[in-house]
Ligand binder design. Structure first.
Ligand code: FDA
Length: 423
């Protein structure tokens, strides 16, 4: 079966890419191994899909190269996606902080993307397992298949002395072997996502394929993920699970002012999920429990009024949390028995409470995967591999990871769109 473009993976990035490429008149087939496309879109945003964020900037993304995402994000913006959503008459609302959600169901976004594919003439095959990808003429999945004609460092398509050689390589195209037959094509777009939530069909296929073609992969790790605490800490905090507190949480040079949540295994909630993407094993979190307040003034006022410290803290923090926190750090005494220095130290601790996570809840619970195909290997404009002409990587499989709040889908749309214009 001959096609111009084979897209592997029917998630957000793959569907967008297939529709855009087919809209240019390319013969496109999208291959998805699940029984239906868009499983993550379906469950996202609690079933309402936080499909973009109005305040998207490159600063909302982590990558070994923080500049990489700029080009695609600038050329396909949240406004472009909103225009598409409005064209399909999908009703939506801003929940908070620029986060746009469907009023109805995330299935409307999947329907929209499938309608776009159909209108453009892209074929979508589900239950289709991809077995191997190789250069045409090098079938058999040789690990060297992608390295036949490495492009001169820094050269872009259509420039430099070895254009004929490159054109020859591109002209050779690919053979994609699947459980539903063999496809020959000029371009392959890898949109297989990250490793999070394996039960929804996540695989390491994209990383393996990148390595097969000689491309570097930045070690994938769980991100936007709950953090775990030691049994010793849990003995104190587990009974508080379900309590949510507005705070500023810091780790790895990043800080987020949102709520965090105590869970039966550790900490979660938006502030902890956000900071988890920057956290490395062995690091401590620093949590400002009273970011809007001068804790020292609060404690000194309690001392002057002879109010016990738990009661004073409970005016700003959940009572049960204040109790446990005081049991740990403020020995029970008459408030007036505290010296000013002791209160100063306690105040400092309230503004930078140190918590040492033991790990994360892993890919089973991670909303995304950080790391992925090294951006040095890809053109930021087209998402094509510099050393493997005709091979593109889009979406989460690339080493670009968004913050919580609609940014990961915006990257999927933008990178899928960029590759769709060139594949
Ligand atoms: P995605 O994972 O969506 O798609 C990859 C596809 O490739 C899958 O359909 C998979 O089955 C398929 N595949 C994998 N290997 C294959 C193979 N070998 N052959 C064929 N097919 C293969 N983001 C956001 O911006 N707003 C939100 O509200 C949420 N909410 C959210 C909730 C939960 C629970 C999770 C787990 C994640 C989110 N996200 C999110 C993150 C967001 O879902 C994610 O970043 C995008 O779906 C990434 O899109 P991709 O298309 O790159 O991968």
């Amino acid at each position: 079966m001959r096609r111009d473009v084979v897209v592997i993976g029917g998630g957000a990035a793959g569907l967008m890419c297939a529709a855009v490429a087919a809209g240019r008149g390319r013969r496109v087939v999208l291959l998805e191994h699940n029984g239906r496309v868009g499983r993550k879109i379906e469950i996202s945003g609690g079933g309402r899909c936080n499909f973009t964020n109005l305040h998207t900037t490159p600063k909302n993304f982590l990558s070994s190269n923080p500049h990489f995402a700029k080009s695609a994000l600038a050329r396909y913006t949240p406004a472009d996606f909103v225009a598409l959503v409005e064209r399909h008459r999908i009703r939506y609302h801003e929940k908070k902080l620029g986060q746009l959600f469907c009023d109805g169901s995330s299935r409307e976004i999947i329907r929209m993307l499938l309608d776009e594919c159909e209108a453009a003439g892209a074929e979508v095959l589900t239950d289709c397992r991809v077995l191997s990808v190789s250069r045409r003429g090098a079938e058999g999945g040789s690990a060297d298949a992608g390295r036949k004609t490495p492009r001169a460092a820094g050269s872009e398509p259509g420039s430099g002395a070895n254009d004929d050689e490159k054109a020859g390589e591109a002209g050779r195209g690919f053979v994609v072997e699947t459980g539903r037959g063999r496809f020959e094509c000029e371009s392959v777009v890898v949109a297989t996502g990250g490793l999070s939530i394996p039960k929804l069909g996540a695989t390491d296929f994209g990383y393996r394929l990148a390595r097969q073609f000689g491309l570097k992969v930045v070690g994938p790790r769980p991100a936007l993920v709950p953090l775990t605490l030691s049994e010793k800490d849990l003995a104190h905090f587990r009974p508080l699970s379900g309590i949510s507190i507005g705070a500023v949480v810091r780790a790895g040079g990043a800080e987020f002012a949102e709520n965090f949540l105590v869970t039966h295994r550790g900490l979660s909630g938006p502030a902890v999920l956000q900071v988890s993407s920057y956290w490395s094993p062995g690091q401590a979190l620093s949590i400002d429990l009273l970011p809007q307040l001068d804790a020292r003034a609060l404690l000194e006022a309690a001392r002057d009024n002879n109010t016990n410290l738990t009661a004073a803290l409970a005016t700003h923090l959940p009572r049960r949390f204040s109790q446990v926190w005081c049991e740990l750090y403020a020995p029970p005494r008459q408030p007036r028995a505290y010296s000013r220095d002791e209160l100063r130290l306690l105040a400092e601790l309230l503004h930078s409470w140190t918590v040492e996570p033991t790990g994360t809840e892993g890919f089973q619970k991670a909303e995304v995967t950080a790391g992925g195909v090294d951006t040095d290997e890809l053109s930021s404009k087209t998402l094509e591999a510099r050393r493997a002409r005709g091979l593109f990587f889009v979406g989460e499989v690339v080493d670009v990871t968004g913050h919580l709040g609609g940014f990961n889908f915006q990257w999927a749309w933008a990178s899928g769109h960029a590759a769709g214009l060139h594949a």
